[in-house]
Design a protein around this ligand. Structure first.
Ligand code: BGC
Length: 366
């Protein structure tokens, strides 16, 4: 009898505890007691301008919407650091995770913990591969980024008219970043036919995505490879091998390539056409000075606003804004995605895009 009473009391206590936890979670604070839902945001590095902007925008917009924010950067693109930070956020019981993976193939185990804890995960900008813990994906149309770069070169060199051959080299980003397949694939969807018909010629023959990858998207790595290409193929503004274009998937690789070409004697008057992406301040200055032909503007304010709207809907249990349910398969199935539109930027429209919209002040550009 005594035993039965003890069991009933224990059960009553357990139910009471459970109800307390459920009530704490229902008010959106994940048990933290502050009343506000807590968001863990994990970004790759502060050494690239765009991630600092993404972090600032998300913190500002999430806080304005009443969320508590735990924003962490993975050191200098350090995968173990990012994993440790995520483990910590999961242990703290955040209500949702927003993650831009350093290596999109390295988070399977840690995200299994998030899934077990019932924490929704939004892959931010880069898809996280091989894990069924990713709930949603928010990004720009990455294939379109590459199409904008390829189309720019097609028009600037008037490739459809034939002629040439125009010499070109290719640079993309980190092999662990799934985005490179979309960027590079998008650019090649425009340019491959001109390589095939000889209008474009790649003297190094390096046109495979892994041959042209840049570890960590690091400008120093892109610079070293471009210096090597200059030395091997004799690229020079006059009297050597002409170089008409370098297709770079983003601004950090473009900046490394630009430094190498400047070192190789190229000047603004004879600079090859360099593509980019992000409208980094350094690259905007290079566009103005004639060292970079174009970039792609991805307004990180828009991406932040979309992610805040998605998380709000998740927490409120309402419909999450999604506009793509076909394109992004992470190896475990298609991840419902919120896609934003990337915009072409060059010397003619950068002021309207970047200054008039308040993205940068004129002083920042200098
Ligand atoms: C982003 C680019 C960025 C690159 C390097 C990519 O995943 O989409 O905007 O330039 O990473 O950080």
């Amino acid at each position: 009898m005594k035993k039965t009473l003890r069991s009933v009391l224990a059960l009553t206590f357990a139910i009471a505890m459970l109800l307390t936890v459920v009530a704490a979670c229902a008010d959106g604070d994940g048990g933290s007691g502050s009343g506000a839902a807590r968001i863990g945001i994990s970004l790759p590095t502060m050494s690239l301008q765009r991630w600092v902007q993404d972090g600032d925008n998300m913190r500002e917009q999430f806080e304005a919407a009443g969320f508590e924010v735990d924003l962490q950067y993975g050191g200098e693109n350090d995968v173990p650091t990012q994993i440790a930070q995520l483990e910590n956020m999961i242990a703290q019981g955040v209500d949702a995770l927003v993650i831009c993976a350093i290596d999109g193939f390295a988070l399977t185990e840690v995200l299994a913990q998030a899934k077990a804890a019932g924490i929704p995960v939004i892959a931010y900008d880069r898809l996280i591969m091989n894990t069924d813990a990713v709930t949603y994906y928010a990004t720009f149309d990455n294939f379109q980024v590459g199409v904008l770069q390829g189309t720019f070169l097609e028009n600037a060199l008037n490739l459809s008219a034939g002629g040439g051959p125009y010499n070109i080299e290719f640079f993309t980003g980190d092999p662990g970043d799934n985005n490179i397949h979309f960027f590079f694939g998008g650019a090649m969807s425009v340019l491959q036919k001109y390589l095939d018909n000889g209008t474009l010629h790649c003297p190094s023959g390096e046109t495979d995505i892994m041959q042209v990858a840049t570890v960590a998207w690091d400008p120093a790595n892109a610079q070293a490879r471009m210096e090597n290409l200059i030395a091997t193929y004799g690229y020079a503004p006059s009297g050597g091998t002409p170089l008409h274009a370098v297709m770079c998937s983003n601004d950090s690789t473009a900046q490394g390539v630009t430094t190498a070409l400047q070192g190789g004697g190229f000047t603004a008057d004879n600079f090859p056409l360099i593509t980019g992406q992000d409208c980094d301040i350094v690259s905007v200055r290079n566009m103005i000075a004639g060292y970079q032909a174009m970039s792609v503007f991805k307004d990180t304010r828009t991406l932040a606003a979309n992610v805040v709207a998605m998380v709000k809907a998740i927490v409120a249990g309402t419909e999450v804004p999604i506009n793509d349910r076909e394109t992004y398969d992470n190896g475990t199935g298609v991840i419902p995605t919120n896609l934003s539109v990337p915009v072409f930027a060059d010397i003619n429209n950068w002021e309207a895009l970047l200054i008039d919209s308040g993205y940068y002040t004129r002083d920042q550009i200098g």
